[in-house]
Design a binder for this molecule. Structure first.
Ligand code: MEV
Length: 413
């Protein structure tokens, strides 16, 4: 548990050098790590990461402040080009503090690999054969010593029937693979390719695609908040009115895919920025988030925001032990919010290791592993959405944008 606070008052007013010093102190960055914030990835490092490298492309790295998550303080490193996102997420996280911050949770980090089987002569018999050979399949899929060392590996097999596709009937085998702190794409894909010949033998079919699914719906994280209405009071708006407007905006995005796409884009503004800064595959998370948002057949908001009315403050003590709520006690309103989505992220391997700034970003976050990272990311998405909905339903989104624009022009940007 941390005694320091992420409530960085006036952070945005400090000079760049002062901000860097403050964050270096927060995360106990070494001199080399601090220097990396300015230097970034070297050309040589870039050349080892992808093919045909000709340079490096830098983005601003900002700090989303004020995060209180399960009682712990966090600062969120965010790589993003869009103005207002970092300010918005910090404002959203500050509002959440009025309700004790975010509560988060996550599932076990289980990914799904798919093996497509075609020309299977008897689908029912094939399914039986796969079931009988479960142990052998799982043993064959145990291909990653690194993930095994972390305590993960293949967990189970599931069979799905697609009887009527454009290419005829197919049998789809899902391999469930616990990736622990790795995102696990390489390990999972290797396992899928390794078990494919065995599945062909067992089913008499022919293996087609063998690849992970980005709809990683076994690997989800969620964040929740409950914020008292008066936290939204301002000179112009009454908090109680604002939280009703936020709930209305969420209802709009639950009912209408045109609005849902923009609503979810706003959530992903924050999520992608943290994923990018920590070397995670944000396209994988984007794909999973959108597929999850359409899981009941209609594309919808990823969030739930609604107003709670509870008899709270008016409770009176009628004995040393018991609290009594008078019948005529007025209700106290608060805003409840929740975001849940598939979040396949890692804190080991891939670019989290090869990109030097990703390691610095993970150090600033101070998360213990992939599940903790996914939970912080869910809280960031919820805070981002809260800030957007509050702005959209009150002052409008352009007000903040224009202030930043003005700053850029004044500084001759
Ligand atoms: C802009 O990048 C994101 C928003 O459009 C999100 C939203 O409308 O909820 C402001």
């Amino acid at each position: 548990m941390c005694s320091r606070s992420s409530r960085l008052q006036g952070f945005y007013k400090k000079s760049l050098a002062e901000r860097i010093a403050l964050i270096a102190d927060w995360a106990a960055l070494t001199v080399e790590e601090t220097e990396l914030l300015a230097a970034g990835l070297s050309a040589e490092q870039a050349d080892t990461m992808i093919e045909n490298t000709i340079g490096r492309y830098a983005l601003p790295l900002g700090i989303g402040a004020n995060f209180l998550i399960n009682g712990q303080e966090y600062l969120a490193p965010m790589a993003i080009e869009e103005p207002s996102v970092v300010a918005g997420v910090s404002a959203g996280a500050r509002l959440a503090r009025a309700g004790g911050g975010f509560r988060t949770g996550s599932t076990e980090p289980v990914m799904i690999a798919q093996i497509q089987l075609l020309d299977v002569p008897d689908a029912a018999r094939a399914e039986k054969a796969i079931g009988s050979a479960r142990s052998e399949i799982l043993a064959t899929a145990d291909t990653s010593p690194t993930i095994k060392r972390l305590g993960g590996g293949p967990q189970d097999i599931e069979v799905r029937h697609l009887p009527d596709t454009a290419a005829g009937p197919m049998l789809i085998v899902h391999l469930l693979f616990d990736c622990r702190d790795a995102m696990g794409a390489n390990a999972v894909n290797t396992a899928a390719e390794t078990i494919a010949p065995l599945l062909e033998r067992l089913t008499g079919g022919r293996a087609g695609a063998r690849i992970l699914s980005n709809l990683s719906d076994r690997r989800r994280a969620w964040a929740e908040v409950k914020i008292p209405a008066d936290a939204f009071d301002s000179g112009e708006y009454l908090g109680a009115e604002v939280i009703h407007r936020i709930a209305e905006a969420n209802a709009f995005a639950l009912a209408d895919p045109y609005r849902a796409a923009t609503h979810n884009k706003g959530i992903l503004n924050g999520i992608d920025a943290v994923l990018l800064s920590t070397g995670n595959d944000w396209r994988a998370v984007e794909a999973g988030a959108h597929a999850w948002a359409a899981r009941d057949g209609q594309y919808r908001a990823l969030t739930d925001w609604h107003v709670l009315a509870e008899a709270g403050e008016q409770r009176v003590r009628n004995s040393a032990r018991n609290l009594r709520v008078p019948h005529d006690a007025p209700k106290v309103e608060s805003l409840y919010g929740r975001l849940e989505l598939p979040l396949s992220v890692g804190t080991v391997g891939g670019a989290t290791r090869s990109h030097p700034l990703a390691r610095v970003a993970l150090k600033i976050l101070g998360v213990s592993g992939a599940r903790a990272l996914s939970e912080v990311v869910a809280a960031v998405g919820l805070a981002q959405n809260l800030a957007a909905l509050r702005a959209l339903t009150t002052t409008g989104i352009q007000w903040g944008h224009m202030r930043l624009h003005a700053r850029k022009h004044l500084s001759g940007f």
